[in-house]
Design a protein around this ligand. Sequence first.
Ligand SMILES: [Zn+2]
Length: 420
Amino acid sequence: MKISKDLQKLNSHGYEVLLSSYLQELGKVGIGEFGLWRSPYTQEYEEAANLVAGWMKEHGFEVKKDGIGNIIGRIEGTDNQARAVTMGSHLDTVRGGGIYDGMLGVAGGIIAAGYLLKTYGRPQNPIEVIAFIGEEGSRFSGLMGSKWMAGDLEEKELVKVDENGISLKAAAQAFGYSLSPSGSTPRSDVEAFLELHIEQGPVLEAKGCPIGIVSGITGMRQAELTIRGRSDHAGTTPMGMRHDALLAAAKMIGAMDLCVRQSGGDTVFTVGRISANPGAVNVVAAETVFTIDMRDPDPKKLKGLYSQLEEETLKVAAQTGVLVEWKNILAVEPVPCSPILRDILAEAARKAGLDYHEMVSGAGHDAIMAARFAPIGMLFVPSTGGRSHCGEEYTSPSQCMAGVTVLAEAIRQLAYKNKY
Ligand SMILES: [Zn+2]
């Protein structure tokens, strides 16, 4: 495959070293008893935000922070009617997180846009790199910065408190973020949003593939099921005369798992929590409570399968003489990526001489909210061992740089309108 000369230049050692140094430097800000932890409106978050703003300025961006604390680095375009071509990710981390999740999309965006400005001069469309605040929900609700930009952060979320009783509003204002103008209107000046992110799963590594092009971000259903049976003596109650809530739950889980597996495709299904009452060794369980989490990128399938799972549990309930009660906890619809941006990313990967794999994102990202104000595209780079949200999270410098190269080429196509 022929690799364009300009992309080779970007792939040269200097940029890779710079990208690594950004990630390493950010990775030191917020190290404490939990490992790396940077939640919104803390000294360490501000320190990281200022580092990022400084790097943006060094590359020739104009930098501003919006009312909630998102950092926006902008390169003005030559066409002042044109909408912005944007990219980015988040700057906060989970408690004990790694140094690539979120940060790669920010640091990589700065490198990609900085390189484009240096090599090709001012673009036709404005280019922006956005560092979103509060994606992980490790202090307040997740996706808060991108939700703000989409004009969807409601007043009731602003008054929600963290574990120390401090509201989002109070925390933001303590750091000088006004939360105004109220995020009631989504941005209307954005042409596209691209997010480069680590995969956080094992697929790309297993395939030996350097680039994942995301077809869509998965939808989700979560529910809590309560199974009610009857507690009886474990020694004296014959097997045929029991209403065993735990056994019924086990059968239901097995039936639902089978149902999901037989449906094929991308669906994933998890029972992450289960408890039984009274919870004694020698007593038949009267009640069992467990959760289910099911994800699929196809809204129709997600909906259909979810009601199929309910039917499966009702069948088991009838066979085992128990009652089942469903409580829906969460319903998130899938977000498809723009087919045009997927094509542009695929073309960019080809130009960079990199293999790519089309895949679904099983995790949520800021792009979900960005999709409310612009077409979105996402690309992944491999996560070693599939590990993420932990200190072991690792993607090598050259793997990170491969993602940045594809990102830069895609942004070039979007913002320079094939001028080069
Ligand atoms: Zn992330």
